[in-house]
Design a binder for this molecule. Structure first.
Ligand code: FAD
Length: 284
């Protein structure tokens, strides 16, 4: 067990059907006794799951002891719509927003938007209410960025506008994270930049997403899943080992805060937290 004080947060996404909603609540309840700093709910690329983000965030606030953070994206959205969402959150007591641009539609497809970047969203949110603002950070560079210095400039801009924390895109090579933090400190960026940890259980799907998002997946990691396509149980054990190793190296480098991309499954995050010394002490 690692004895140093570790803080965690967990990310969930709004499910698409009733059955998954029931299972989501079981998973949220399983992680609640670990007393995460916050739990965040993502905001989908349009349609009914967006409305469910608002509902879920408010239900978490009302029915649990957890502190919810609402993800909000701005691309393809009007200023009026964002202001209405912000007002609804604020009066419902939701004061922490993960402010993001969101993904653009395919090349050539035109869409209306009052916003171009996450910075535009932060401006509008902060003008209306004094939200706690968390933003994204990309240790391996966002695919739309042309250089790491652009990455840092944008992060700096977000901080100047009021962001107080960042969560990184998932990564597998801890050195990328440490290099990113070194670069940030050299540029006077000293807000917490929390590593986003993704327990990989579906290697093929992760590879696909990682290549779109510029995240390197080491061959040694891919090899660990070789031959396990039809063996989900062993994949979970492998995933726990990989994430534990990643967290251990980060802790050795003095990281104390971790954000887990749970993919709506509590089991892996729960097991890893237990190994890291975050115990429920009989609370569940
Ligand atoms: P931005 O920070 O706006 O950056 C996008 C690009 O524009 C970058 O290349 C940046 O360098 C450039 N840029 C930014 N600001 C400026 C500026 N002022 N001037 C010039 N260039 C600029 N997506 C969802 O749809 N829903 C979610 O809930 C969600 N949650 C996420 C949570 C985390 C922790 C992370 C890391 C990502 C999440 N995403 C989510 C994905 C995110 O929406 C995409 O990665 C998207 O492509 C970029 O969003 P952003 O807020 O990082 O963009």
């Amino acid at each position: 067990m690692i004895s140093k004080k570790i803080n965690v947060s967990f990310e969930f996404f709004p499910p698409k059907n009733e059955e998954s909603i029931t299972s989501l609540w079981t998973n949220i309840k399983r992680l609640e006794p670990l007393e995460p700093k916050f739990i965040s709910v993502t905001y989908g690329a349009g349609g009914s799951t967006r409305d469910y983000t608002h509902t879920l965030v408010k239900e978490i606030k009302k029915n649990t002891s957890l502190v919810p953070a609402a993800h909000l994206t701005c691309i393809g959205t009007s200023k009026n719509e964002i202001e209405a969402i912000a007002e609804d959150y604020w009066i419902s007591g939701i004061k922490h927003i993960v402010a993001l641009r969101g993904d653009k539609r395919d090349e050539g497809e035109k869409e209306f938007s009052d916003f171009t970047y996450a910075t535009d969203l932060i401006k509008v949110l902060k003008k209306k209410f004094d939200f706690e603002i968390t933003v994204s950070a990309y240790p391996e560079m966002h695919p739309d960025s042309s250089s790491m210095s652009q990455e840092y400039d944008v992060l700096k801009k977000k901080i100047d506008l009021g962001a107080s924390k960042a969560i990184t895109q998932f990564f597998f090579d801890v050195n990328c994270y440490f290099d990113f933090i070194d670069g940030a400190l050299k540029r006077g960026i000293n807000i917490p930049i929390i590593p986003g940890i993704l327990p990989v259980t579906n290697c093929k799907r992760t590879l696909d997403f990682a290549s779109k998002m510029n995240c390197k997946m080491p061959k040694s990691l891919i090899d660990m899943f070789d031959g396990l396509d039809s063996d989900p149980e062993t994949r979970k054990l492998v995933a726990t080992t990989i994430v534990y190793d990643q967290c251990r190296k980060l802790i050795e480098g003095n990281v104390r805060d971790f954000h887990f991309y749970t993919l709506n499954r509590a089991d892996l995050s729960f097991a890893i937290c237990h190994i890291l010394g975050i115990r429920t002490l009989g609370k569940n």
